[in-house]
Design a binder for this molecule. Sequence first.
Ligand code: SF4
Ligand code: SF4
Length: 313
Amino acid sequence: MALKPAVSGNDINGLGEAAFRRPTWVYWAPDPDDIAHGDMQRWFYSVRPDEPALIKARAERQVILDAPIAELADSPIEQSDDAWLAQLRRFEADGTCERVGVTGLDPDWLYAGYKRAFSNVVICAVQHDYEEISKAPEPDAGGEVIRQYGRAAGAAKQIAGWLRSQGWEAEPLTGPMAGKLTMIPPALSAGLGELGKHGSIIDPAMGASFRLSAVLTDAPIAHTEAREHGIDEFCRNCRICEDACPPEALSADKQQVRGVEKWYVDFDKCLPFFNQHHGCAICIAVCPWSRPGIGLRLADKLATRAARKEAEG
Ligand code: SF4
Ligand code: SF4
């Protein structure tokens, strides 16, 4: 707490601001000197530095991050946008990632200072192992988060490499370090779920327990549709994550953030606990949607209830 800057992370995030503006980095800056909370970010790495689960997961992720990407082929392959999407889906089929989605790149999703250089964004999602993530905030859960960030990076690099080999420029973006793109809005737009009260996306098939990466490209891939499953309404009547969050960083109601009413995690309350435990995923581990086999059944029930309501007028 001695390293806490004078400025609130919630102010940086635009909590309470009625007008829209693009986001600015609040944490996970590639260079900690670029952000107000940089000293806290450095301190994070001083916690559990000798933990084998974390060292192993980081080393494996680094191999993925260091791997080269295919060169850009001279002439772009032309085919229908549906054919591109069908080919992209093979990365789901072969287990490179659990889901892909595609949407047009909205410049509002770029962090302040970045320009839109591509027309489309491909989103990749990789799911945590539920047993491992359920150990949060113990180190095994942290290791699983790092492992899945590595898988997400690998998926984005493979997809970018494939597009480049087809003659289309493509740029992979991977977490957890902040880059040019906020990934949640394009993931929602591409149909990968709805935003949950805990500030993470919930998808019926993957629950709340997955990580994202992205590929920016001009390849004309068909877009996937945003979908509503009734999760937003479900969160209004559930408070499991709210009650489980040790520093009480989650709120019962949505809040105004840079002109948008949405679920919001109180950054100033979450961060000290998150840092102290070298990561925390309690809110996503306790979310009922994260339990294997539950999400699709819940979505079915909500769809049946909504259809009944509509029929009753
Ligand atoms: S625990 Fe409940 S309120 Fe929290 S995100 Fe999951 S469903 Fe929504
Ligand atoms: S990550 Fe942990 S501290 Fe942060 S909101 Fe979730 S449960 Fe709370």
